[in-house]
Ligand binder design. Sequence first.
Ligand code: 5RP
Length: 218
Amino acid sequence: MTQDDMKKAVALAALEFVPKGGVIGVGTGSTANHFIDALATIKGRVDGAVASSVATAERLKKHGIQVLDLNEAGTLTVYIDGADEATVHKALIKGGGGALTREKIVAAASRSFVCIADESKLVDVLGRFPLPIEVIPMARSFVAREIVALGGEPVLRQGFQTDNGNVILDVHGLKILDPVALEERLNHITGVVTNGLFARRGADILLLGTKNGVRRIP
Ligand code: 5RP
């Protein structure tokens, strides 16, 4: 079974969390794309979806799933999205695809967050995956210096602009023992829009695609 097969299996398993009626939030990335493709098979079940990126909105529309603006949708029943790293406590690193800010907004506006990932994403300690931080372009160097002072090694994601017109610093070399504290600390650096730690509001349910089937961490 390949990693992509595990992503497909876990995306399919997430259909169980799609309620009848109402609007759901949909994430970004290859696992979320598998979920969108699976959602298309039961699209009549939902009234529509809020997308966490332009790419996700386009894929949803291609499948004939109505895309709503979050400002019109109100509170969402469930948010379904992937992750770059996850712990058993359901703290996450996200933003490998650069959509972290909209992902965090849609997660915050949802009653429940179901994270879907293949088993390679499960770690004991977050930080092997470089932590993405979305930054206002004029603050890039200032924010980078502040991160170096915290012990990280920021690397500008070359040739990349977020859907919000900002840049991403990928921070290497962090061993994140207290994700909630670091998430808050990074958010207080002026010029940071969002960081990719989802710990204050982590996932509510983690579904992991494994070689032996889908494992649920409630
Ligand atoms: C995008 C994300 C994705 O959820 C994360 O990068 C995982 O992607 P994939 O499902 O392709 O492994 O946070 O910003």
